[in-house]
Structure formats: C-alpha cells, structure tokens
Design a protein around this ligand. Structure first.
Ligand SMILES: Cc1ncc(COP(=O)(O)O)c(C=O)c1O
Length: 492
C-alpha cells in the first residue's frame, strides 16, 4: 500500500512510505475509492481496508436478511420505476436497496419490515420539523377540504410574509414549490437588475438543481461538476467559482464586473459543515457592494442555526434570502425574500402584461395548501423554543462523537451548526469545499451508514450529517453515540 502523508496546512506531501501502520491520510493505491485524506503530522490510527471490507460485507448480508419486504418491493419496482426508485439519488443509500417506509412520526419512522429507526436524516432537512407534526397535519387537512390551489392569494400568505420579514429582516417575499426554484428566481432577478450575465458560487456548493451551480474548479479552471448530467452549456460561461473563506479569490472573481450575484450558504452544509472564518462575511459583503454584486443567502439548510437562520444569528445583510425544505414541514413550498432596493429595481422593470411569462413562475407556486403548512410550521413548530431544545441535542451528538474520535485517536473531526452536526474524515475542520471533498472517503462513509442503519439509526446519505428536530430525544442521540463507538471499536 502506498501511503503519502500530507501537511495539513500546505497540503504538500510530507513523505511517502510503504508502512501502512503510519497511515492516517493517504493515497490508497489499492482502493477503488482512492483519494487524498488529511491528518496532523503525528501518527494517528489507521483504517485497515481489508478489515473494513470484511466488516462491510458482514453488514451488507445482515441488511439483506433484515429487510425482506423492502427487497421484494425494490425487485417489483424494477419494472415500473427507472432504476427501481422514484428519484435517482434514492439508489445511493448504503445497502443493496433503499428501505421502504411504512410510516413516520416525530423523530422516528417504521419501515415495511416493521423496523423502527431514529431518523437523523429527517428528509435531508425537509422534515427538520419532525415528521407530520400534529398542528401542521391538522392545518393541512383543513386546507385540503377548503381548496388546495387557486392562482389567488389567501390570508395565510400575508401572515407568512410578515413572519419572514420579522425573522430575516427583508421586507418582501415570494413563494415557490422548491428551494431550487427560489434560488433560480432570485438569480434571474439579480441578472435582470444588474444586467450582468454571471453568478458566483463556492467550490463544492449545492443549491438544488440550479444549472449554473453545477460548476466546480478543476486545477483552478471552472468546468462542469463531476456527475453533471447534460449541462445546457459549459457552466464556465455562466458561473465563476471560488473557494469559500478566500477573500482574495472572491475579489479577483468580482473584479471582472460581470457577476450579478453570489449564491451562497452562509456556512457550507453540503460538503461537510464548513463555517465562515471570523470576519469573512463582513468582508465578503463589502466586496460584493464595492463591485455591484448582489448577495443571495441560501438558508435552506442553515435555518438550523436559529429561527432566522444565519442571517439573523450572524447579522448578515444579504440582498436575498432563500428558505425551502422544512418551511412547510415537508409540504412542498419555499420562499425568497429581497431588500427594499432590489424590490424597487425589479418592480420598475416588470410590465404587467408580461409578468406571467418572465421565467419566474410555477402554476402551483404560492398555492393555498403550501401557505397553510408554512403558517402552521412557523407559528407552532420551528419556534424559538424548539431551537432551544434542538441545539443542545446537536451539541450532545457532537460531544459524543468527538469523545470516541479522540479515544480511538482517529484523524476525524466533528462540527456543529445549530441543530445540525457532521463528522468528516479530516483531522481539522476543512476551511473550504476543496479541502472537505479531498477528505471524503466514500467506502468508509458507506460502512458507517450501513452499520448505523442495521442498528436502527438513519444518517443523511452522501455525507455524515445528523439533524435534530423538536421531537428528537437525548435517548435517540445516545443510541447513535453508542453505535458510533461500537463501529469505531470494530474498525480500529
Ligand atoms: C442549500 C440548499 N439549497 C437549496 C436546495 C434545493 O432544495 P430542493 O431540492 O428542495 O429544491 C438544497 C437541497 O439540498 C440545499 O441543500
């Protein structure tokens, strides 16, 4: 096995060795998932890949044996659903097939094999409210009987707009069915009022299926992100990409004076949790102003920081805020809000006669059902009191995981952002998407996910994130901590 140690600061190789006992980060030449991983210079615990493969095989067999009904449904689905799943990424769960759900409530769900799970994925934030909170179920049931979609406003939309204004500090709001659309429409408005063609995103960001955002850096050059299916044009034409937490790179990109907007999560959450460095957003905000670029804060995940997201917690001052997923407890709906100045500039450019064909739309957007769900969610579920409960639980998760990482001397770390926590296979928290992606270990991640799943805990797929909802309990978290400790002790 070839082992290359990398300096954590510079990322230059320190030494190469054939001795696997000193591996902590490595180019694993004999692994199909070869990748660079970072560690401190001190010797840390090695993951023995042979052992990992053997454990994974054992867990895979257990998974198949435990889920005969899911297996049968997956088999049946092959003849009607493309790839046997209703959405292509559902194939990517750890295990030979996805588990099929029977019912979900609060922080738990039951599968078709009658197994109960602690849900730390929570629909990748769509169910951060907990599954089917009573108050939302009742509001939705009422609305379903009173008209679902009309192309006319209901009073709920005003209540929600007023509440969003109070939480995020932006005066004007619009509604869509998905956060993706909210991002797309905010980008359109930014392009229209700045009359600039490009947007800027951070390397390894994720903002939904927004074409312009599937761009990444390849040796410093922008191109389609790996896996980008049928890009309409090379995203280098539409997008500038820089690393997060790098103000020089941001300024160099904005200096071209062709960037309409920066589309950003206040903290990156889709490639591990990457927090902004002290003063980053204040300086980035100033740069955006100086170069006439608007700032879109995509709070779809970072709403976990508090009732007004990072925008409120960190006193950000964006031109737009986007918020989707849990805003209606999982009933499809999302929103984008804008500043007074943006509102005036765009209003001046929209003609009444053409306002339905401007590329900002969606027949079902702003429908009565979504708005009823949003009102009930904001009024009764994602309240300040709920965050007071969820955030300490995320700390409990973080502390538990950190303790076992330390005890096993593993070159991993765990980060928390409000009600969300995530561990990465890097000794220090990555500063940007490039560092975080370089620390990814698909094989190890799948093993840990499968190990947890087999013992009744669902983690967010595709990375190691755990999210709290108002119904999550300390016992749920402790169950995960115990499982994590057991997985680690079997591994090392
Ligand atoms: C930060 C962020 N914004 C937007 C989206 C898109 O949300 P949706 O898929 O509901 O449109 C996602 C999805 O994961 C996201 O993580």
């Amino acid at each position: 096995m070839l082992v290359v140690l990398l300096d954590t600061e510079t990322r230059w190789p320190l030494e190469a060795t054939a001795d696997s006992s000193v591996t902590s980060l490595a180019l694993l030449a004999d692994s199909p998932y070869s990748d660079y991983r970072f560690s401190s210079k001190s010797t840390m615990t090695t993951i023995d890949r042979k052992k990992l493969h053997a454990l994974h095989e054992r867990e895979s067999k257990r998974f198949v044996a435990d889920h005969p009904h899911s297996a049968a449904l997956y088999q049946r689905a092959q003849s009607s659903l493309l790839g046997g799943v209703p959405m292509n990424w559902m194939k990517k769960w750890a295990g030979a097939f996805p588990i099929f759900v029977k019912s979900a409530r609060g922080a738990h769900f039951t599968d078709v094999d009658n197994r109960d799970y602690v849900d730390l994925c929570l629909g990748d934030t769509g169910a951060m409210t907990g599954h089917s909170p009573d108050v939302v179920a009742e509001a939705v049931a009422r609305r379903v009987r009173e008209g679902i979609t009309l192309m006319l406003p209901t009073e709920d939309s005003l209540w929600v707009g007023e509440e969003l204004k109070r939480r995020f500090g932006l005066p004007y709001w619009q509604f869509t069915l998905a956060a993706t659309d909210a991002n797309r429409f905010a980008i359109r408005i930014a392009r229209e009022i700045t009359q600039r063609p490009k947007i800027l995103v951070f390397h390894y960001c994720y903002h939904g299926t927004v074409d312009e955002s599937f761009a990444s850096l390849h040796d410093g050059v922008v191109g389609p992100r790996r896996g980008n299916i049928g890009p309409p044009v090379n995203p280098a034409e539409t997008t500038r990409v820089v690393e997060f937490n790098d103000l020089n790179a941001l300024e160099a990109a904005l200096k071209h004076n062709d960037v309409a907007c920066v589309l950003a999560e206040p903290a990156m959450t889709n490639v591990g949790i990457i927090l902004p460095e002290e003063g980053y957003w204040r300086a980035a905000r100033e740069l955006a102003r100086r170069y006439g670029t608007l700032l879109i804060a995509d709070e779809t995940h970072t709403i976990c920081a508090g009732p007004g997201g990072c925008t409120h917690e960190w006193k950000l001052d964006p031109d737009f805020v986007v918020f989707g997923k849990p805003i209606g407890s999982g009933i499809p709906g999302a929103t984008y809000g804008c500043s007074e100045e943006v509102a005036q500039r765009i209003s001046a450019r929209i003609q009444l006669e053409d306002c339905d064909v401007g590329g900002i739309g969606g027949t079902l957007a702003g429908n009565a059902l979504s708005l009823a769900a949003m009102r009930a969610t904001l009024e009764h579920v994602l309240t300040p009191a709920a965050f007071e409960k969820m955030i300490p639980l995320a700390k409990r998760f973080t502390d538990g995981v950190a303790q076992h990482i330390r005890a096993a001397n593993l070159p991993w770390n765990v980060q928390q952002l409000g009600a969300r926590a995530e561990y990465t296979f890097a000794a220090k928290p990555p500063r940007n998407g490039g560092e975080s992606a370089a620390a990814a270990d698909f094989e190890l991640e799948r093993f840990l996910h499968l190990y947890a799943l087999n013992r009744g805990v669902l983690l967010t797929p595709f990375h190691n994130m755990a999210l709290m909802c108002p119904a999550t309990t300390p016992a749920d978290i402790d169950q995960h901590t115990k499982i994590f400790a057991s997985a680690v002790s079997e591994l090392v």
